[in-house]
Design a protein around this ligand. Structure first.
Ligand code: C2E
Ligand code: MG
Ligand code: MG
Ligand code: MG
Length: 291
């Protein structure tokens, strides 16, 4: 390495940092108006019962359609929304919109479980309980149909406070799922005490399920653990039949993934639900339909 190269590397690094900071500030600024400007959209991904092939629920997944930046992935903007706390009004919008959609489908005869992702910042803010209760009151959703997805990172920091909030949410009547389960650091004893209704097996254990015995062992342990605590299991990111077959053998309850459907717009969901049911029946009963 010559001295010049080092300098160039440093300059590149410096410029790159500047660019990242500029992008971040621009996104930060634009995000503050995203809710009022009606730039947020929810997509819905079906959750399929592995035994019956029935779509029993959906997960609401947020998209930001920014006039300046185009479609921005939540992976990119949620951390920014968390750092400037716009995640609080955004999270409130997500809850209300998802609940309203659940009721709209129910009125069309499709009564689905609605899972909503809750950010750790939103969960820790005192707002979460009132946000959830008013979303329920305003929309008339059956609270038992609403499930809140929390990540392990939400629970580890202050387990006592987290437990209290979770208990309040359970009293309101909604379910609580642990998202990306297995990737965080929550200890098993927390799990014993937390009022959790569902464990979602992280996609990182699902991708190589057919090839990797270690991943199969982890998936099997999570399903067993869930069974012993009386909670259900959802496998996320299922893309192939080989994965589905293994999960079905393990006794996993539900799967979510591109195998059945990516997240879709609300207008498309009813049709997707019918197609999934039909496809499952064709596969298992040789096209006899759903009798
Ligand atoms: P998540 O809650 O674990 O959601 C699952 C992610 O996996 C989604 O990405 C989904 O589109 C993607 N996915 C589903 N099936 C497959 C598959 O078969 N293969 C692959 N490769 N991916 C699959 P998405 O929609 O980009 O969301 C990413 C993350 O952003 C979510 O992870 C969640 O943590 C966060 N997020 C999304 N919407 C919200 C929201 O409304 N509020 C909050 N706080 N976070 C959200
Ligand atoms: Mg989720
Ligand atoms: Mg997840
Ligand atoms: Mg995930």
């Amino acid at each position: 390495h010559s001295k010049g190269e080092g300098k160039n590397t440093f300059r590149f690094f410096h410029e790159e940092l500047n660019r990242i900071t500029r992008d971040h500030m621009a996104l930060d600024h634009a995000l503050r108006h995203a809710v009022q400007n009606d730039e947020l959209v929810l997509l819905y991904q079906p959750k399929v019962n592995l035994e019956t092939g029935e779509v029993t629920g959906v997960e609401a997944l947020l998209r930001w359609n920014s006039p300046t930046f185009g479609m921005v992935s939540p992976i990119r903007f949620i951390p920014i929304a968390e750092s400037n706390r716009t995640i609080i009004p955004i999270g409130e919008w997500v809850l209300r919109t998802a609940c309203r959609q659940q009721v709209a489908w129910r009125e069309q005869g499709l009564d689905l479980d609605m899972a909503v992702n809750i950010s750790p910042i939103q969960f820790k803010s005192q707002a979460v309980i009132s946000q959830v209760s008013s979303a329920i009151a305003e929309t008339g959703i059956d609270p038992a149909r609403l499930e809140l997805e929390l990540t392990e990172s939400t629970l580890v920091e202050k387990p006592e406070a987290a437990m209290k909030t979770m208990n309040n949410l359970r009293e309101i009547g909604c379910g609580i799922a642990i998202d990306d389960f297995g990737t965080g650091y929550s200890s098993l004893s927390y799990l014993r005490n937390f009022p959790v209704t569902c464990l979602k097996i992280d996609r990182s254990f699902i991708c190589e399920l057919a090839k990797n015995a270690g991943d199969r062992a982890i998936a099997r342990s999570i399903v067993e653990l869930a069974k012993s605590f009386g909670t259900c299991t959802v496998a996320e990111g299922v893309e192939g039949m080989d994965q589905q077959d293994i999960l079905s053998d393990l006794g996993c309850d539900y799967i979510q993934g591109y195998l059945y459907s990516p997240p879709v717009a609300a207008e498309r969901l009813v049709q997707v639900v019918q197609e999934i049911k039909q496809g499952f029946c064709d596969l298992h009963y040789g096209g006899e339909g759903s009798q």
